[in-house]
Design a protein around this ligand. Sequence first.
Ligand code: ZN
Length: 442
Amino acid sequence: MKTAFCVLVLLAATAPPLLSSQTAVPPRKAPVTHHRAALSPTAVHRSALVIDTHADTPQRMLDDHYDLAEPLNGGYLNFASAREGNLGAEFFSIWVDPTLYKGQYARRTLELIDAVDQQAAAHPDRMMMATTPEDILRAHREHKLAALMGVEGGHSIENSLGLLRDYYRLGVRYMTLTWANSNDWADSSGDSDDPTVHHTADGLTDFGKDVVYEMNRLGMMVDISHVSDKTFYRTVITSRAPVFASHSAARALTSAPRNMTDDMLRAVARSGGPNSHGGVVMVNFYSSFVSESWRAAWNAQASERQAAENAQIAAWKAEGRTITYQMTNALDRQWAAKIPRPPLSDLIDHIDHIAKVAGIDHVGLGSDFDGIPSTPEGLDSAADLPKITAALMARGYSAEDCRRILGENFLRYFREVQATAGQLQAEPDQRPAIAAQQPFRK
Ligand SMILES: [Zn+2]
């Protein structure tokens, strides 16, 4: 049994009465008390090391030459908003659109990595590349944004463990096994129902298991956001380090196939074996993942939206324009704007649900900033992150609980993955590769 369970019980035992009963009590003069004054939500947020594990800003940096020192210009993340939201560390997503960059996955991956590096090089006083938990702490002490990287989608390694190791050497510290597309060795939740896509027999091929083990050995975090349920469970029993979800929400509350069932939430918390403290689920802010009614409205306009967007893209191509992610995302945002945004409380419901089901030690923030067309009301950029802390405290979460959710849980997880890598590297006989040859067959 995980310690998280005990913490959860404690949390429940110390939770204050419901807010509604508190508000019914007329306001009083400040009582004489011997207790230390409670910290305000603002002070608690300021005291936390805030870590977000998913932002798609590198697409903007590379394609639009966006500089984090500029105003947001429709984006969610820049230096000013990060500072206002007390964001200490961001994992920049190295995501290669599998359709737009077919045949050039490694090239595009390398260019995105370079785009993040160039930002850090241009702003050494405000941002530093980080590859370890210690780097994150150092950046925090120096009041700089710690920039980390995660590759989103195993297609980026082009079926090569060598490329996987190259990305690690360049600073990549997690890989999402799939994006919305299945690859040759792991299945995605995004095309599970597509009969034209070939899927693996068991969720991971033998080579897929080799990939997971090599990630364990390197100290690259295994990210199960986006994968199919079958691939999820196969990965959990294959990985020697705990796994995590860099940007996912709870399926019990919102029925997105890419959200995680309660059983999966518990499996992440228990992943990594009996001596592990377990993984962590970083909650995605996308309206379609946190609000069932918003999702229904979005799905209801799907055929009309897709037809209109395809027509626009065809028109752009006819003009000879190169299609980028920002262009298609802008179209999505126009359609998303037709639907009223869900309340912030919907997102808080997901954090609260995961904290209760997986445990308070197993939840964090994975915004998906700059990768999604809609967020809940009030969450317009990284500057609004303190609102999450205030909402959690209003529900009875202590300052300590908030600090765990905001970053400490993830930091603990990151440390354990690195420690596991150290153990695996010290093992005298390395695990032999399962896949005998590359390229391999399914
Ligand atoms: Zn994603």
